[in-house]
Ligand binder design. Sequence first.
Ligand code: SAM
Length: 237
Amino acid sequence: MGEKNVLISTLNQLNIQIKDEQADALLSFMDILLEANKHINLTSITEPEDFILKHIVDSLIMLSRDYVKEGIKVLDLGTGGGFPGIPLKILYPEIQITLVDSVGKKLKFIDDAARNLGIKVELVHERAENLGKNKKYREKYDIVISRAVANMQTLSELCLPLVKVDGLMIASKGPKYNEELDAAKNAMKILGGQVKSIEDCTIPIAELERHVIVIQKTNATPAAYPRKPGMPNKNPL
Ligand code: SAM
């Protein structure tokens, strides 16, 4: 099967509708990233079919069309090489997306790639703990989404301060998601979050088990959080 067929048929099986030109843009992003990966370390997944399933499809399952409205503000925390933010912006051009990472050279790569693809994204080079204290970003996002950055306990403190009250934090987890959620109960209570839904799926061919966890922000986050850089990880709530 060709690369485009793998992408489109896998997404079809997962009920994700995609236009032909969006599939082309996603594959162009893969090509650009794999080329840049020869010089900067962005991913260890370099075989195209693996890349499509484990990066592109794995990113696209994270945001259901049900949550997408014209102009909503979405923030991808710890975007690395642009996941899930860039694939999501290609699938949903109507969202405004801010990609955050503490490593500048990864954002430089995304800036070049986004220009090349003609897509508009905001890039912020900062740690989540500092962003959460900054009035310009604190409680300003409809959705904060994050993949492969931290466990739910730590991630709650990095993400929830940035989410508007009534907004959503979304994370994707593997088979041990229940243990992570249990450990994060206290953190979510303190930070103003509540589990809204857990969407289960398996990514075909790669057979990856995924649980997309949607947390609703029900209360404002107390001013003491997030704590200083490093603390959410070193001493989780
Ligand atoms: N989300 C991408 C993906 O799924 O491929 C990258 C995952 S990578 C394992 C984790 C990324 O999170 C790294 O690029 C790292 O620099 C970033 N990161 C970790 N802690 C962070 C923090 N406190 N603030 C901002 N970025 C952070």
